[in-house]
Design a protein around this ligand. Structure first.
Ligand code: SF4
Length: 283
């Protein structure tokens, strides 16, 4: 097992982004926070072979839903992984709450994480209020710049994770230019994933295939590695089975990350492998 994702605090966030699965489904995940003992047990189970073994655990990913830096035991989790030479792979909404927003906190994150991806769903003040309500564009940008400044003096990498909704597509080139100018080395350009329960969201925020093709052509850079689901072709083989495991707050394990199965309607077509939301984003 290469990576495990711990859903540490799926219901705890300081933003209210409309494309978040919890907003899409309009109700909480409902399992509360993961106990630190549950997190430790999961890590121990897969870290057994050690990070240097060819089959050993390489990374731990804290919560992919909810803001991981608001997890009550985030510091303990970080120390536990560090003691086992296991890097965290962190995706954060860019608010860097509390201690994690100080220089000391950011330096500690950079020291413990193989990569810190900062989410980006808007790129001007007005659309931040709609797409990432709870943080201003200025504040978000300042946090990224401070993180980059500290990163130059430390280790780890800093990336952007951009959700390419209809609102943001016209800003994509500007984001890429900005990333080049401030020294970001990688951007994950992801297409939004829509659960089946609210078809209005796809209409409001989804890109059509021609827009996707155009973005694939123009989002090319010699300075910034451009990756993400924007570049995936539909119908690929599942990339997840056997490589990764997802641990829910109560310790239950899943081997499939399809959000329709986890957060949406398990009986819908998008929850099945043939119609998997992750492999067929336009289905
Ligand atoms: S639903 Fe998608 S992610 Fe899950 S096992 Fe099937 S193909 Fe893989």
């Amino acid at each position: 097992m290469r990576r495990i994702t711990l859903l540490t605090n799926p219901d705890v966030c300081n933003l209210r982004c409309p494309l978040c699965f919890l907003n899409q489904r309009k109700r909480a995940f409902g399992m509360g926070e993961m106990k630190i003992e549950t997190a430790r047990r999961a890590i121990d189970r897969y870290a057994g072979m050690g990070p240097l073994s060819p089959d050993g655990l390489r990374e731990v990913i804290p919560s992919t839903m909810g803001e991981p830096l608001l997890y009550t035991y985030f510091g303990e989790l970080l120390d536990y992984c560090r003691a086992r030479h296991l890097p965290l792979n962190l995706t954060t909404n860019g608010t860097f709450p509390g201690f994690w927003g100080t220089d000391a906190g950011m330096a500690r994150l950079l020291d413990a994480c193989s990569d810190i991806k900062v989410s980006c769903m808007a790129f001007d003040e007005e659309s931040f209020g709609k797409m990432m309500p709870g943080i201003t564009f200025d504040r978000w940008r300042e946090n990224v710049l401070r993180l980059l400044h500290l990163w130059r003096q430390g280790k780890g990498t800093v990336s952007l994770q951009v959700t390419l909704s209809k609102m943001l597509a016209s800003k994509a080139v500007e984001i890429l230019s900005w990333a080049e100018s401030v020294g970001i080395k990688r951007i994950k350009w992801n297409l939004p994933v829509f659960l089946s329960m609210d078809s209005t969201l796809r209409k409001a925020y989804g890109l059509d295939l021609s827009a996707v093709r155009e973005l694939r052509e123009i989002l090319v850079s010699k300075k910034v590695r451009c990756e993400g689901s924007l570049f995936f072709d539909g119908g690929e083989k599942c990339r997840f089975l056997g490589e990764e495991v997802w641990v829910l707050p109560d310790g239950t394990e899943e081997t499939c990350p399809n959000p329709e199965r986890r957060f949406g309607d398990r009986n819908s077509a998008g929850a099945k492998c043939e119609g998997c939301l992750l492999l067929h984003p336009f289905a």
